[in-house]
Every structure is written in structure tokens, then in C-alpha cells.
Design a protein around this ligand. Sequence first.
Ligand code: AMP
Length: 223
Amino acid sequence: MRKYVIMGVQGSGKGTQSEMLAADLDLVHISVGDIFRWNVSQHTKMGAQVQRVMAAGELVGDDLVESVVQRRLAEHDWNFGFIIDGFPRNRRQAEFFLESYDIDAVIHLDMPDSEVRRRVFARRLCANCGMDYNLIADSPTVPGQCDSCGGELVQREDDTEEALAVRLRDYHTQTSPALDLFRRKEYVFTVDARPAPEVVQEQIRKCVALPPFEQEKKGSGCA
Ligand code: AMP
């Protein structure tokens, strides 16, 4: 059983790295942002509650976020463990999490704000199946169209200049202190998130003592 938290600023590749780790280790990937986006797309009551806040790049209230996480983990479908992405985003959420669950490690994807901007504005999402694209490194074969289902590729509603500025501010003022809390408990492994996804994945696996993802590379890369 492995229980990981993955933290990092928007666009640092949390979703991609979580999926890679989850697929290989049979972990359940829990993305709080995906749960909210699904609720918005399905026009649920919760979706209506969070849509405006999300579009503005602001954080959803702690009570709602904590109950979403609690309910998701209470499903107990994670026989081999889980990797939770996008949570915690502040100190209160981190304290709530530590009171309720034990974890093996916090994977921190480190990326400078300048690179975040470059990546976030190149990010596209299939409006139909939700598959992620990145116009820098992972363009679709036909521009604007999903390779998998042919759906239209759109920008996330919160990938605008204004919303990104809010998210970066919140990350530095609210999420960094949560990371510091985990760091004091010696849970945190920091990995440079700028290289290609396979290289980042390999560094993560070295840090948390998992077998290599691909071929062996030199240097541990974790701090
Ligand atoms: P993400 O996909 O992780 O970037 O999350 C998308 C949006 O969902 C965020 O900008 C917030 O509005 C909301 N959200 C996701 N996780 C949290 C959280 N732990 N606390 C508060 N809001 C969150």
C-alpha cells in the first residue's frame, strides 16, 4: 500500500506524473480539480457552487474540499494505495489531511513561475473526453482536434492571465506554507519539473525508492 501526495504549481505536470505513477503501481489517482470539473460539466449542485470560483482561479472553500476528499477516500477502492493531486492547497487542509490519513511521501514538483506561464497558456483539453494536450511538446495530429475522439480542443476556463495570476499568488502565499509543514515532518521530496515527463517520472521514482521507470540515469535529482 502506497499513499502519496503530489504538490506543485499549476502546469507543473501533477496530473501527468500522477497518471504515470498510478498506472504503473495500480494506485487510485485522486484529483480534486478533476472532481470539481466533472461536477461543473454535469451541471450538478456542487458544480454550480464551484464554477465561478474555479473560473476566477480562486480556491474553493475548505469545508467543501475536505468533504470531497473525505468522501472520495471513504470509497476504499484503493487496494494498492492512492496518489492525491491538487490537495492540500493550504495549511488547514494539510493539517486536516495529516489528522485523518498517514502518507508515505509528498512529491513536490518544482517549477519557476516563468515556465508555468509558458506551459499553462499552451495547455489544451478535449471538450469531449477530457484528454490533455500541450501545444509545446504534445500537439494533436490535426490542430484543434483530439487524437483520441476527434473532439474540439479548448483552453481550461481558468487558464487566463488573470486567473493564473490569482493561482500563482495563492500558491506562494497559501500552498507553500502547507508544503513547509510537510517538509518539517520530512515527507517532502522536491523534483525539478522542467525536464520531459519521462525524466521527471524517473526522478520521482528514485526519490521514493521505486524501481526505475525507463533506463537508469545518473544523479538522484531529489532534494
Ligand atoms: P486544479 O486542477 O488542481 O488546478 O484545480 C482546479 C481548481 O479547483 C482550482 O483552481 C480551485 O478552484 C479548485 N481546487 C482544486 N483543489 C482545491 C483545493 N485543494 N482547495 C481549494 N480549491 C481547490
